[in-house]
Design a protein around this ligand. Structure first.
Ligand code: 4AD
Ligand code: MG
Length: 465
Protein backbone atom coordinates (compact mmCIF):
# COMPACT_ATOMS: atom_id res chain seq x y z
CA UNK A 1 0.00 0.00 0.00
CA UNK A 2 1.45 3.41 -0.93
CA UNK A 3 2.22 5.84 1.85
CA UNK A 4 0.12 8.97 2.33
CA UNK A 5 1.95 12.07 3.50
CA UNK A 6 0.45 13.89 6.47
CA UNK A 7 0.17 16.99 4.30
CA UNK A 8 -2.02 15.16 1.81
CA UNK A 9 -4.09 13.49 4.50
CA UNK A 10 -4.77 16.89 6.11
CA UNK A 11 -5.84 18.27 2.73
CA UNK A 12 -8.11 15.33 1.93
CA UNK A 13 -11.44 16.26 0.43
CA UNK A 14 -13.30 13.34 1.99
CA UNK A 15 -12.89 10.43 4.40
CA UNK A 16 -10.80 7.45 3.30
CA UNK A 17 -11.32 3.77 4.06
CA UNK A 18 -7.68 3.02 4.59
CA UNK A 19 -4.43 4.98 4.44
CA UNK A 20 -0.85 4.24 5.44
CA UNK A 21 1.06 6.85 7.41
CA UNK A 22 4.69 6.82 8.46
CA UNK A 23 6.35 9.38 10.65
CA UNK A 24 7.51 10.35 14.09
CA UNK A 25 5.58 10.71 17.32
CA UNK A 26 5.44 14.28 18.51
CA UNK A 27 3.29 13.62 21.53
CA UNK A 28 1.25 10.80 22.97
CA UNK A 29 -1.59 11.15 25.39
CA UNK A 30 -3.05 8.03 27.00
CA UNK A 31 -6.70 7.91 28.00
CA UNK A 32 -8.46 4.88 29.49
CA UNK A 33 -9.75 3.23 26.34
CA UNK A 34 -7.35 4.67 23.73
CA UNK A 35 -4.28 6.82 23.10
CA UNK A 36 -3.90 9.94 21.00
CA UNK A 37 -0.74 10.29 18.99
CA UNK A 38 0.30 13.38 17.12
CA UNK A 39 2.14 12.10 14.10
CA UNK A 40 4.44 14.36 12.11
CA UNK A 41 6.32 13.35 8.98
CA UNK A 42 7.86 16.70 8.07
CA UNK A 43 5.70 17.12 4.98
CA UNK A 44 4.06 20.10 6.65
CA UNK A 45 4.01 21.96 9.92
CA UNK A 46 0.94 20.29 11.35
CA UNK A 47 0.75 16.75 12.59
CA UNK A 48 -2.11 14.34 12.15
CA UNK A 49 -3.94 12.98 15.16
CA UNK A 50 -3.98 9.20 15.34
CA UNK A 51 -6.29 7.33 17.69
CA UNK A 52 -5.13 3.93 18.83
CA UNK A 53 -7.86 1.92 20.53
CA UNK A 54 -6.79 -0.04 23.58
CA UNK A 55 -8.71 -3.02 22.21
CA UNK A 56 -6.35 -3.20 19.22
CA UNK A 57 -3.86 -6.09 19.53
CA UNK A 58 -1.01 -3.72 18.60
CA UNK A 59 -1.90 -1.55 21.57
CA UNK A 60 0.42 -3.76 23.61
CA UNK A 61 3.33 -1.76 22.15
CA UNK A 62 1.84 1.67 22.77
CA UNK A 63 4.33 2.62 25.49
CA UNK A 64 7.13 2.23 22.97
CA UNK A 65 5.54 5.01 20.92
CA UNK A 66 7.18 7.76 22.92
CA UNK A 67 8.09 11.23 21.70
CA UNK A 68 10.58 10.87 18.85
CA UNK A 69 9.76 7.25 18.00
CA UNK A 70 9.09 6.33 14.38
CA UNK A 71 5.79 4.62 13.72
CA UNK A 72 3.68 3.23 10.94
CA UNK A 73 -0.09 3.44 11.07
CA UNK A 74 -2.67 1.89 8.84
CA UNK A 75 -6.17 3.10 9.43
CA UNK A 76 -9.21 5.03 8.45
CA UNK A 77 -9.22 8.76 7.77
CA UNK A 78 -12.31 10.17 9.42
CA UNK A 79 -13.68 13.60 10.22
CA UNK A 80 -12.25 14.71 13.53
CA UNK A 81 -14.48 15.45 16.48
CA UNK A 82 -11.75 17.49 18.11
CA UNK A 83 -11.31 21.19 17.52
CA UNK A 84 -8.55 22.60 15.29
CA UNK A 85 -8.28 19.69 12.89
CA UNK A 86 -10.47 18.49 10.09
CA UNK A 87 -9.29 14.90 9.88
CA UNK A 88 -7.90 12.25 12.15
CA UNK A 89 -6.91 8.63 11.72
CA UNK A 90 -8.37 5.68 13.57
CA UNK A 91 -5.64 3.06 13.63
CA UNK A 92 -6.31 -0.49 12.55
CA UNK A 93 -2.70 -1.54 12.52
CA UNK A 94 -0.05 0.19 14.54
CA UNK A 95 3.68 -0.54 14.48
CA UNK A 96 6.57 1.10 16.29
CA UNK A 97 9.49 1.03 13.87
CA UNK A 98 12.14 2.67 16.02
CA UNK A 99 11.76 3.55 19.67
CA UNK A 100 13.30 6.80 20.89
CA UNK A 101 15.62 6.61 23.86
CA UNK A 102 14.47 8.44 26.95
CA UNK A 103 17.37 10.81 26.26
CA UNK A 104 15.63 12.19 23.11
CA UNK A 105 16.36 15.88 23.52
CA UNK A 106 13.37 17.33 21.67
CA UNK A 107 10.73 17.23 24.32
CA UNK A 108 7.51 19.18 24.27
CA UNK A 109 8.86 22.20 26.14
CA UNK A 110 10.45 24.91 24.02
CA UNK A 111 14.21 24.88 23.54
CA UNK A 112 16.57 27.77 22.99
CA UNK A 113 17.97 28.28 19.50
CA UNK A 114 21.47 27.93 20.95
CA UNK A 115 20.63 24.52 22.35
CA UNK A 116 19.02 23.43 19.09
CA UNK A 117 22.17 24.42 17.19
CA UNK A 118 24.08 21.91 19.26
CA UNK A 119 21.71 19.20 18.08
CA UNK A 120 21.61 20.21 14.43
CA UNK A 121 21.16 16.52 13.57
CA UNK A 122 17.79 16.51 15.34
CA UNK A 123 16.55 20.07 15.07
CA UNK A 124 14.90 19.57 11.64
CA UNK A 125 12.32 17.54 13.58
CA UNK A 126 11.23 20.60 15.53
CA UNK A 127 8.41 22.83 14.32
CA UNK A 128 10.64 25.83 13.80
CA UNK A 129 13.37 24.10 11.83
CA UNK A 130 10.97 21.97 9.86
CA UNK A 131 9.38 25.23 8.72
CA UNK A 132 12.71 26.93 7.99
CA UNK A 133 13.96 24.09 5.84
CA UNK A 134 10.72 23.68 3.95
CA UNK A 135 10.86 27.38 3.07
CA UNK A 136 14.52 27.02 2.13
CA UNK A 137 13.72 24.18 -0.23
CA UNK A 138 10.83 26.04 -1.79
CA UNK A 139 12.82 29.22 -2.33
CA UNK A 140 15.71 27.34 -3.91
CA UNK A 141 13.18 25.98 -6.38
CA UNK A 142 11.69 29.45 -6.89
CA UNK A 143 15.15 30.83 -7.73
CA UNK A 144 15.37 28.43 -10.64
CA UNK A 145 11.79 29.05 -11.69
CA UNK A 146 12.30 32.78 -11.74
CA UNK A 147 15.43 32.73 -13.86
CA UNK A 148 14.44 29.88 -16.13
CA UNK A 149 11.14 31.59 -16.94
CA UNK A 150 13.07 34.74 -17.86
CA UNK A 151 15.34 32.82 -20.23
CA UNK A 152 18.43 32.77 -18.00
CA UNK A 153 20.72 29.74 -18.23
CA UNK A 154 22.06 28.06 -15.13
CA UNK A 155 25.87 27.84 -15.05
CA UNK A 156 27.78 25.61 -12.65
CA UNK A 157 30.76 27.70 -11.74
CA UNK A 158 33.71 25.98 -10.05
CA UNK A 159 34.08 25.53 -6.32
CA UNK A 160 37.86 25.28 -6.55
CA UNK A 161 39.46 28.33 -8.05
CA UNK A 162 42.80 30.05 -8.37
CA UNK A 163 41.42 33.60 -8.31
CA UNK A 164 40.13 35.78 -5.52
CA UNK A 165 37.02 37.26 -7.17
CA UNK A 166 36.38 39.85 -4.47
CA UNK A 167 40.02 40.67 -3.89
CA UNK A 168 39.37 40.67 -0.16
CA UNK A 169 41.76 37.86 0.64
CA UNK A 170 39.29 35.87 2.74
CA UNK A 171 40.14 32.59 1.09
CA UNK A 172 40.20 29.02 2.30
CA UNK A 173 43.16 27.24 0.75
CA UNK A 174 42.69 23.98 -1.09
CA UNK A 175 45.82 21.88 -1.04
CA UNK A 176 46.96 18.30 -1.26
CA UNK A 177 50.42 19.02 0.14
CA UNK A 178 51.56 17.33 3.32
CA UNK A 179 51.25 20.12 5.91
CA UNK A 180 54.03 18.66 8.04
CA UNK A 181 56.46 18.41 5.15
CA UNK A 182 55.54 20.66 2.20
CA UNK A 183 57.94 21.02 -0.72
CA UNK A 184 59.93 24.27 -0.61
CA UNK A 185 61.23 26.46 -3.40
CA UNK A 186 64.70 28.01 -3.59
CA UNK A 187 63.67 30.84 -1.24
CA UNK A 188 62.40 28.41 1.40
CA UNK A 189 58.74 29.22 0.78
CA UNK A 190 56.13 26.48 0.25
CA UNK A 191 56.28 25.50 -3.41
CA UNK A 192 52.71 25.43 -4.60
CA UNK A 193 53.90 24.64 -8.12
CA UNK A 194 54.19 21.12 -6.74
CA UNK A 195 50.68 21.15 -5.32
CA UNK A 196 47.79 19.22 -6.88
CA UNK A 197 46.81 21.91 -9.40
CA UNK A 198 50.32 23.21 -9.94
CA UNK A 199 49.43 26.52 -8.28
CA UNK A 200 47.75 28.00 -5.23
CA UNK A 201 44.06 27.17 -5.17
CA UNK A 202 41.15 28.12 -2.94
CA UNK A 203 37.46 27.58 -2.30
CA UNK A 204 35.57 30.15 -4.31
CA UNK A 205 34.20 33.33 -2.72
CA UNK A 206 31.93 33.98 -5.70
CA UNK A 207 31.07 32.47 -9.06
CA UNK A 208 30.91 35.86 -10.68
CA UNK A 209 34.07 35.95 -12.77
CA UNK A 210 33.24 32.64 -14.41
CA UNK A 211 29.62 33.73 -14.82
CA UNK A 212 30.83 36.68 -16.83
CA UNK A 213 32.42 34.24 -19.25
CA UNK A 214 29.05 32.64 -19.80
CA UNK A 215 27.10 35.90 -19.90
CA UNK A 216 29.31 37.04 -22.75
CA UNK A 217 28.28 33.90 -24.61
CA UNK A 218 24.73 32.97 -23.53
CA UNK A 219 23.68 36.55 -22.62
CA UNK A 220 21.63 35.88 -19.47
CA UNK A 221 22.97 33.42 -16.92
CA UNK A 222 22.96 32.71 -13.20
CA UNK A 223 24.86 30.57 -10.75
CA UNK A 224 23.49 29.25 -7.50
CA UNK A 225 25.95 27.42 -5.35
CA UNK A 226 27.98 27.35 -2.17
CA UNK A 227 30.58 30.03 -1.58
CA UNK A 228 33.21 30.25 1.13
CA UNK A 229 34.76 33.08 3.07
CA UNK A 230 37.38 32.79 5.73
CA UNK A 231 36.31 36.02 7.43
CA UNK A 232 36.64 35.87 11.17
CA UNK A 233 33.23 37.53 11.56
CA UNK A 234 31.27 36.56 14.62
CA UNK A 235 27.98 38.12 13.63
CA UNK A 236 24.47 36.83 13.13
CA UNK A 237 24.75 37.55 9.38
CA UNK A 238 28.04 35.92 8.42
CA UNK A 239 28.78 32.30 7.70
CA UNK A 240 32.01 30.84 6.36
CA UNK A 241 30.02 28.68 3.96
CA UNK A 242 26.87 30.14 2.44
CA UNK A 243 24.89 29.89 -0.75
CA UNK A 244 24.78 32.68 -3.26
CA UNK A 245 22.62 33.33 -6.30
CA UNK A 246 24.47 35.34 -8.92
CA UNK A 247 22.79 36.44 -12.13
CA UNK A 248 24.97 37.99 -14.81
CA UNK A 249 23.41 39.92 -17.67
CA UNK A 250 25.04 41.02 -20.89
CA UNK A 251 23.96 44.35 -22.41
CA UNK A 252 22.81 45.61 -19.01
CA UNK A 253 23.80 48.62 -16.94
CA UNK A 254 23.56 49.38 -13.23
CA UNK A 255 19.94 50.54 -13.48
CA UNK A 256 18.88 47.34 -15.20
CA UNK A 257 20.77 45.47 -12.51
CA UNK A 258 18.95 47.26 -9.68
CA UNK A 259 15.60 46.64 -11.41
CA UNK A 260 16.37 42.94 -11.72
CA UNK A 261 17.39 42.68 -8.06
CA UNK A 262 14.17 44.32 -6.92
CA UNK A 263 11.96 42.20 -9.12
CA UNK A 264 13.76 39.03 -8.03
CA UNK A 265 13.55 39.72 -4.30
CA UNK A 266 9.85 40.53 -4.59
CA UNK A 267 9.27 37.38 -6.61
CA UNK A 268 10.83 35.25 -3.89
CA UNK A 269 8.74 36.89 -1.18
CA UNK A 270 5.57 36.40 -3.19
CA UNK A 271 6.45 32.79 -3.87
CA UNK A 272 7.04 32.07 -0.19
CA UNK A 273 3.76 33.72 0.74
CA UNK A 274 1.92 31.65 -1.79
CA UNK A 275 3.59 28.29 -1.26
CA UNK A 276 4.68 28.38 2.37
CA UNK A 277 1.71 30.15 3.94
CA UNK A 278 1.41 27.86 6.98
CA UNK A 279 5.12 28.04 7.74
CA UNK A 280 5.18 31.84 7.42
CA UNK A 281 2.19 32.06 9.72
CA UNK A 282 4.11 30.01 12.25
CA UNK A 283 7.07 32.42 12.03
CA UNK A 284 4.80 35.41 12.45
CA UNK A 285 3.34 33.83 15.58
CA UNK A 286 6.47 32.53 17.25
CA UNK A 287 9.47 34.29 15.73
CA UNK A 288 8.57 37.79 14.58
CA UNK A 289 5.10 39.25 15.03
CA UNK A 290 5.72 41.94 12.41
CA UNK A 291 6.82 39.51 9.73
CA UNK A 292 3.75 39.26 7.51
CA UNK A 293 3.00 42.97 7.67
CA UNK A 294 6.60 43.73 6.79
CA UNK A 295 6.63 41.39 3.81
CA UNK A 296 3.40 42.91 2.49
CA UNK A 297 4.78 46.38 2.99
CA UNK A 298 7.90 45.47 1.03
CA UNK A 299 5.88 43.98 -1.81
CA UNK A 300 3.61 46.97 -2.15
CA UNK A 301 6.22 49.69 -2.53
CA UNK A 302 9.07 50.38 -4.91
CA UNK A 303 12.44 50.05 -3.20
CA UNK A 304 14.15 53.37 -2.56
CA UNK A 305 17.41 54.26 -4.25
CA UNK A 306 20.12 56.63 -3.14
CA UNK A 307 23.73 57.16 -4.05
CA UNK A 308 26.49 56.43 -1.55
CA UNK A 309 27.27 60.15 -1.41
CA UNK A 310 23.64 60.95 -0.54
CA UNK A 311 23.68 58.15 2.03
CA UNK A 312 26.73 59.66 3.72
CA UNK A 313 24.93 63.02 3.84
CA UNK A 314 21.84 61.45 5.37
CA UNK A 315 23.93 59.68 7.99
CA UNK A 316 25.95 62.79 8.79
CA UNK A 317 22.84 64.94 9.17
CA UNK A 318 20.96 62.32 11.19
CA UNK A 319 22.31 63.62 14.49
CA UNK A 320 22.93 60.02 15.57
CA UNK A 321 25.99 59.10 17.58
CA UNK A 322 27.64 56.37 15.57
CA UNK A 323 29.88 53.74 16.96
CA UNK A 324 31.79 53.89 13.66
CA UNK A 325 32.12 57.48 12.47
CA UNK A 326 30.78 58.32 9.03
CA UNK A 327 33.12 59.77 6.43
CA UNK A 328 33.02 59.81 2.65
CA UNK A 329 35.31 57.05 1.49
CA UNK A 330 34.65 54.65 4.37
CA UNK A 331 32.60 51.51 4.15
CA UNK A 332 29.07 51.72 5.49
CA UNK A 333 28.87 49.69 8.68
CA UNK A 334 25.94 47.58 9.72
CA UNK A 335 24.61 50.32 12.01
CA UNK A 336 24.62 52.77 9.10
CA UNK A 337 22.96 50.37 6.71
CA UNK A 338 20.28 49.55 9.20
CA UNK A 339 19.61 53.19 9.96
CA UNK A 340 19.11 53.92 6.28
CA UNK A 341 16.68 51.09 5.67
CA UNK A 342 14.95 50.90 9.05
CA UNK A 343 14.74 54.50 10.21
CA UNK A 344 15.36 56.84 7.32
CA UNK A 345 13.72 55.20 4.31
CA UNK A 346 11.73 52.67 6.36
CA UNK A 347 11.85 50.36 3.37
CA UNK A 348 14.41 48.39 1.36
CA UNK A 349 16.91 50.76 -0.18
CA UNK A 350 19.51 50.29 -2.88
CA UNK A 351 22.65 52.34 -2.33
CA UNK A 352 24.71 52.81 -5.49
CA UNK A 353 27.95 54.40 -6.77
CA UNK A 354 30.39 53.60 -3.99
CA UNK A 355 33.94 54.93 -3.58
CA UNK A 356 36.26 52.98 -5.76
CA UNK A 357 38.75 52.11 -3.04
CA UNK A 358 36.28 50.13 -0.93
CA UNK A 359 34.85 48.03 -3.76
CA UNK A 360 36.12 45.23 -5.96
CA UNK A 361 38.44 45.71 -8.93
CA UNK A 362 35.93 44.58 -11.56
CA UNK A 363 33.38 47.33 -10.96
CA UNK A 364 32.89 49.93 -13.65
CA UNK A 365 34.43 53.30 -12.98
CA UNK A 366 31.67 55.89 -12.99
CA UNK A 367 32.06 58.55 -15.66
CA UNK A 368 32.54 62.14 -14.66
CA UNK A 369 33.48 61.87 -10.98
CA UNK A 370 35.87 64.31 -9.38
CA UNK A 371 39.36 62.72 -9.38
CA UNK A 372 39.55 62.65 -5.59
CA UNK A 373 36.09 61.17 -5.24
CA UNK A 374 36.04 58.45 -7.82
CA UNK A 375 33.17 56.01 -7.59
CA UNK A 376 32.28 52.71 -9.20
CA UNK A 377 28.90 51.48 -10.44
CA UNK A 378 28.26 49.26 -7.43
CA UNK A 379 24.98 48.69 -5.67
CA UNK A 380 24.00 47.14 -2.34
CA UNK A 381 20.43 46.30 -1.47
CA UNK A 382 19.73 46.92 2.21
CA UNK A 383 16.67 45.57 3.98
CA UNK A 384 15.20 46.17 7.44
CA UNK A 385 16.41 43.81 10.16
CA UNK A 386 19.44 42.61 8.25
CA UNK A 387 21.19 45.28 6.20
CA UNK A 388 22.89 44.13 2.99
CA UNK A 389 21.33 41.14 1.28
CA UNK A 390 22.53 41.88 -2.25
CA UNK A 391 25.82 43.22 -3.56
CA UNK A 392 26.23 43.83 -7.25
CA UNK A 393 27.61 46.12 -9.91
CA UNK A 394 28.00 47.01 -13.53
CA UNK A 395 31.28 45.45 -14.60
CA UNK A 396 34.17 47.32 -16.14
CA UNK A 397 33.95 46.32 -19.79
CA UNK A 398 36.76 48.64 -21.03
CA UNK A 399 40.06 46.81 -21.23
CA UNK A 400 42.28 49.75 -20.33
CA UNK A 401 40.09 50.83 -17.45
CA UNK A 402 39.98 47.29 -16.12
CA UNK A 403 43.75 46.98 -16.23
CA UNK A 404 44.04 50.30 -14.48
CA UNK A 405 41.60 49.04 -11.84
CA UNK A 406 43.74 45.97 -11.28
CA UNK A 407 46.78 48.11 -10.76
CA UNK A 408 44.79 50.32 -8.39
CA UNK A 409 43.84 47.22 -6.35
CA UNK A 410 47.33 45.67 -6.57
CA UNK A 411 46.22 42.64 -8.53
CA UNK A 412 48.39 40.63 -10.87
CA UNK A 413 47.04 40.96 -14.42
CA UNK A 414 48.61 37.70 -15.44
CA UNK A 415 46.40 35.69 -13.13
CA UNK A 416 43.30 37.21 -14.75
CA UNK A 417 44.35 36.82 -18.40
CA UNK A 418 41.15 35.04 -19.35
CA UNK A 419 39.05 37.68 -17.60
CA UNK A 420 40.84 40.38 -19.57
CA UNK A 421 40.27 38.43 -22.78
CA UNK A 422 36.52 38.95 -22.35
CA UNK A 423 37.29 42.67 -22.84
CA UNK A 424 39.42 41.94 -25.89
CA UNK A 425 36.91 39.89 -27.81
CA UNK A 426 33.49 41.43 -28.25
CA UNK A 427 33.26 43.19 -24.91
CA UNK A 428 29.81 44.41 -23.90
CA UNK A 429 28.38 46.39 -21.01
CA UNK A 430 27.22 43.86 -18.46
CA UNK A 431 26.11 43.72 -14.87
CA UNK A 432 25.08 41.31 -12.17
CA UNK A 433 24.68 40.80 -8.47
CA UNK A 434 24.90 38.26 -5.69
CA UNK A 435 22.02 37.52 -3.34
CA UNK A 436 23.03 35.80 -0.13
CA UNK A 437 20.52 32.97 0.03
CA UNK A 438 20.65 32.69 3.81
CA UNK A 439 20.17 36.42 4.29
CA UNK A 440 17.14 36.24 2.01
CA UNK A 441 15.82 33.39 4.14
CA UNK A 442 16.36 35.42 7.29
CA UNK A 443 14.34 38.20 5.71
CA UNK A 444 11.49 35.94 4.64
CA UNK A 445 11.26 33.94 7.87
CA UNK A 446 12.16 36.60 10.43
CA UNK A 447 14.75 34.21 11.89
CA UNK A 448 17.46 36.50 13.22
CA UNK A 449 20.57 34.33 13.07
CA UNK A 450 22.14 32.96 9.91
CA UNK A 451 23.06 29.77 11.83
CA UNK A 452 19.38 28.95 11.99
CA UNK A 453 18.54 29.13 8.29
CA UNK A 454 21.33 26.88 7.00
CA UNK A 455 21.18 23.15 7.71
CA UNK A 456 24.70 22.93 9.11
CA UNK A 457 26.35 26.23 9.95
CA UNK A 458 30.03 26.73 9.27
CA UNK A 459 31.24 29.62 11.38
CA UNK A 460 34.55 30.36 13.09
CA UNK A 461 35.26 27.51 15.46
CA UNK A 462 32.23 25.46 14.42
CA UNK A 463 32.13 22.67 11.85
CA UNK A 464 30.32 19.86 13.67
CA UNK A 465 28.03 17.57 11.67
O1 4AD B 1 28.64 41.67 -1.74
P1 4AD B 1 29.28 40.37 -2.07
O2 4AD B 1 30.63 40.09 -1.51
O3 4AD B 1 29.31 40.31 -3.67
C1 4AD B 1 29.91 39.38 -4.44
O4 4AD B 1 30.43 38.35 -4.04
C2 4AD B 1 29.75 39.63 -5.90
N1 4AD B 1 30.75 38.85 -6.62
C3 4AD B 1 28.36 39.28 -6.34
C4 4AD B 1 28.11 39.53 -7.79
O5 4AD B 1 28.09 40.68 -8.20
N2 4AD B 1 27.93 38.50 -8.59
O6 4AD B 1 28.32 39.18 -1.65
C5 4AD B 1 27.01 39.12 -2.15
C6 4AD B 1 26.04 38.77 -1.06
C7 4AD B 1 25.99 39.77 0.08
O7 4AD B 1 25.16 40.85 -0.22
C8 4AD B 1 25.42 38.92 1.20
O8 4AD B 1 24.01 38.79 1.09
C9 4AD B 1 26.03 37.57 0.91
O9 4AD B 1 26.42 37.55 -0.44
N3 4AD B 1 27.20 37.34 1.76
C10 4AD B 1 27.21 36.55 2.84
N4 4AD B 1 26.25 35.82 3.41
C11 4AD B 1 26.57 35.11 4.49
N5 4AD B 1 27.79 35.07 5.05
C12 4AD B 1 28.81 35.79 4.51
N6 4AD B 1 30.04 35.73 5.04
C13 4AD B 1 28.54 36.58 3.35
N7 4AD B 1 29.28 37.38 2.57
C14 4AD B 1 28.46 37.83 1.62
MG1 MG C 1 28.90 43.21 -0.41
Amino acid sequence: MPRTLVKDALNATGPMEVILLQGWVRTRRDAKAFSFIELNDGSCLKGLQVIVDAALPDYAHITKANTGASVEVRGQLVASKGAGQKWEVVAEKFTVLGEADATYPLQKKGHSLEFLREIAHLRPRSNLFGAVFRVRSRLAYAVHQYFQAKGFYYVHTPIITASDAEGAGNLFRVTALDPSNPPKDATGAVDYAQDFFGKKTFLTVSGQLESEIFATALSNVYTFGPTFRAENSHTSRHAAEFWMIEPEVAFCDLHGDMDLAEEFVKYLIRDAKEHCAADLEFFSKFVDKELLARLDFVLERPFQRCSYTEAVEILTKSGKRWEHPVAWGDNLQSEHERFLTEEHFKCPVTVYNYPRAIKAFYMRLTDGDAPDRQTVAAMDLLVPGIGEIIGGSQREERLDQLKEGMTFHHLDEKAYWWYLDLRRYGSVPHAGFGLGFERMLMFVTGVANIRDVIPFARTPGAAEF
